[in-house]
Design a protein around this ligand. Structure first.
Ligand code: NAP
Ligand code: GDD
Length: 337
């Protein structure tokens, strides 16, 4: 039986990956922060919280990382933990650099010292492309991060490549474009929209307040993406791969798809900070822009080229944006009930 360790097992991807690895017969271990206990909600929702082995773990503690690696003797190490909210990274730039950047070398250097044969996965991100230098973005596109989060992730990405090249470690980076699900954190725009719309559909009267409606994202379903992570670690050679759908959508269009899934018929009016959406059926204001949610620097367009993953890993996104919006909106609508 193979043993895997997942940092960030309580997060969206961590929970889906834990389920996937258990289904594949792995012994699954995961790191949890003391402050998260006993909130294993996502693991509970997927019905796996009793099947995983949880260890107290924080990416900022080098000796804690050392002991976990020494004691668990894992075959595969998935580093999914992060300060993952881009918006907060301007408020917490130093912390974000430590957790999303420096922690990666803490792990890699410990693995190199005591378990160099362990296969390592780093959660890199399309946010590294930032002010995009080509369209669509692939593994060879020049990086131009636009947030402290993106900058920290660039360090994590390059140090993973460097340990692979310097020490021959099986260390891979998945450059993942946005992926969402009913387990998505409430601060991210898709979930914020589907939670807000579900409350409105149940009679609420608070419009969803959003920032930049023109930003475009390449959104897929998280469950597909954790399968891609696992496939990367099953290759003979470690490498870097983009996982994406190849389709990009504005925040406005995602909002429209989610609203339609809940039976709304939107009328849009105004522009920029005066933009609003009203449900023609009820006359209710369902969206208004609030400048508070604008970012100091924006990533306007992300669209990934997943052809390398398709060719080498046999990986392909299986859920399109309309179905993703519908899945999330209906899940939040049912949960609200
Ligand atoms: P998420 O839901 O926000 O989960 C983040 C996880 O990291 C949580 O389990 C959190 O624990 C843990 N964590 C945060 N700080 C930590 C620390 N100091 N020490 C140990 N654990 C810590 O994120 P996600 O959406 O699953 O994303 C997984 C990874 O992929 C992240 O690295 C993210 O940056 C990256 N990524 C995500 C996407 C996406 O679209 N989802 C795209 C590209 C890359 P708590 O439960 O205690 O908060
Ligand atoms: N969160 C949020 N809240 N975003 C908003 C809002 C709002 O009210 N209004 C507009 N947006 C816009 C943001 O400005 C951004 O352009 C876009 O919606 C997506 O924001 P998020 O959902 O917060 O995701 P993200 O793309 O910044 O980051 C996510 O994807 C990255 C991969 O590209 C996170 O999962 C990162 O961890 C991940 O690396």
């Amino acid at each position: 039986m193979k043993k895997a360790f997942i940092t960030g097992i309580t997060g969206q991807d961590g929970a889906y990956l834990a389920k996937l690895l258990l289904d594949k017969g792995y012994e699954v271990h995961g790191g949890v922060r003391r402050i998260s206990q006993p909130e294993n909600t996502r693991l509970d929702i997927l019905g796996v919280s009793n099947d995983v082995h949880l260890h107290e773990f924080d990416l900022t503690e080098h000796n804690n990382i050392f002991r976990v690696i020494r004691d668990i003797e894992m075959d595969e190490f998935y580093n999914l933990a992060a300060q993952s909210f881009v918006g907060s990274s301007w408020e917490l730039p130093v912390y974000t650099a430590d957790v999303d950047g420096m922690a990666v070398v803490r792990i890699l250097d410990t693995l190199r010292t005591i378990r160099p044969e362990t296969r390592f996965y780093q959660a890199s991100t399309s946010e590294m492309f930032g002010l995009v230098q080509e369209v669509p973005q692939s593994e060879t596109t020049r990086l131009y991060p636009r947030s402290p989060y993106g900058v920290a992730k660039v360090y994590g990405h390059y140090i993973t490549m460097n340990y692979r090249e310097s020490f021959g470690m099986h260390a891979s980076s998945g450059i993942l474009f946005n992926h969402e699900s009913p387990l998505r954190g409430k601060e991210f725009v898709t979930r914020k929209i589907t939670l807000g719309l579900a409350a409105l559909a149940h009679g609420g009267d608070q419009p969803v307040e959003l920032g930049n409606m023109d930003a475009k994202r390449d959104w897929g379903f998280a469950q597909d993406y954790v399968e891609g992570m696992w496939r990367m670690l099953q290759q003979d050679e470690a490498d870097d791969y983009v996982l994406a759908t190849g389709v990009t959508t504005t925040i406005r269009d995602f909002f429209t798809y989610a609203a339609e899934a809940l039976g709304m018929d939107l009328e849009w009016s105004g522009e920029n900070e005066n933009e609003t959406a009203t449900d023609r059926k009820t006359g209710k204001l369902v969206m208004k822009v609030n400048k508070k949610f604008y970012r100091p620097a924006e990533v306007d367009l992300l669209i990934g080229d997943p052809s390398k993953a398709q060719e080498k890993l046999g990986w392909k996104a299986s859920v399109d944006i309309q179905n993703l919006a519908q899945m999330m909106a209906k899940s939040d609508f049912d949960a609200h009930r």
